[in-house]
Write a protein that binds this ligand. Structure first.
Ligand code: SF4
Length: 289
């Protein structure tokens, strides 16, 4: 297998065969993100990607899941994705999931019919970084998409039959905009109705624009307790049905998980306990991306 630079993948893809379809992220401008700063974006040659899948076949007896890295493999043309998915089926008939990160714009560029075709060929899950549902916050972190773009992109993925895992970042509105972040993020999630909702917590990385804003005092970070108050406001406002909610990432102060709406009260109880007993928070030095 050939890999360029650091590789990132969602926690649920920990045991997947990872193949880089792109190098880096085509946007690469988010104020909080340091993941692909060392890479210049490019789409890999299709033959290289297919060769890597063949190499994977030599090293692994069976492959249950494939994850197409890097930052947004949905930037590939539909023709290239079609060839990759057909190759995965040919090499790994046992494979039950192919996943990739996508930007809102990648999903918007593809027609519903194209997405349905890719789903039929085995593209089973797309990970969409929403970050916040507030247009003000999306603009201040340079996400490159509005809430309406994100809603249209997410709804299109869900309608195509591809499972959608959406991510929101706690604390990304800072002290000034935490309430707006919670309410607007819940609104966007409710409109999209993703299959999975992951809630990460903001970690400020040196070398990012946000790091400089924190150092200068322009952006005020939430305390762990304030993060939990924001999380409570978000969860209280969610009306999604059959959504797997996870906030048990290495970046989170408190681990939360449950099916919404079935376990909403259980999740809220855990949050309320965390607000009352502040010694339950993960130590700052143990938080990771
Ligand atoms: S958060 Fe996602 S879209 Fe933004 S720069 Fe990082 S990888 Fe790219």
């Amino acid at each position: 297998m050939r890999y360029e630079g650091s590789i990132y993948r969602p926690p649920s893809e920990a045991y997947s065969l990872i193949v880089q379809a792109t190098i880096g992220c085509s946007h690469n401008k988010c104020a909080f993100c340091s993941m692909y700063k060392d890479k210049e974006f490019r789409i890999r040659q299709i033959n290289e990607i297919l060769e890597d899948l063949e190499a994977g076949k030599k090293y692994h007896k069976r492959v249950d899941k494939v994850f197409l890295a890097d930052g947004n493999a949905l930037a590939l043309s539909t023709e290239d994705l079609r060839r990759i998915l057909i190759k995965v089926k040919e090499l790994f008939p046992e494979c039950r999931s192919v996943g990739a990160y996508s930007s809102p714009k990648d999903l918007l560029r593809k027609s519903l019919e194209e997405l349905k075709e890719l789903q039929g060929l085995g593209l089973s899950i797309v990970y969409l970084g929403i970050e916040s549902g507030s247009d003000h916050i999306l603009s201040s972190v340079a996400k490159g998409a509005t809430a309406e773009d994100i809603i249209s992109a997410g709804k299109k993925a869900v309608e195509s039959g591809i499972k959608l895992s959406a991510t929101i970042i706690s604390g990304i509105g800072g002290r000034k905009h935490w309430k707006e972040h919670a309410i607007e993020s819940a609104r966007v999630i409710n409109e999209i109705s993703p299959h999975y909702l992951a809630l990460l917590t903001l970690l400020v990385q040196p070398g990012t624009k946000l790091y400089n804003q924190v150092c200068s005092g322009e952006f005020e970070l939430l305390t762990p307790k304030e993060v939990m108050e924001e999380t409570a406001a978000l969860v209280e406002n969610l009306t999604v049905v059959d959504c797997v909610f996870r906030s048990n990432h290495a970046s989170n102060y408190v681990s939360l998980a449950g099916i919404l709406p079935l376990e909403k009260e259980k999740i809220l109880d855990t949050i309320r306990q965390a607000i009352d007993e502040e010694d339950r928070y993960k130590f700052e030095i143990h938080r990771r991306l």
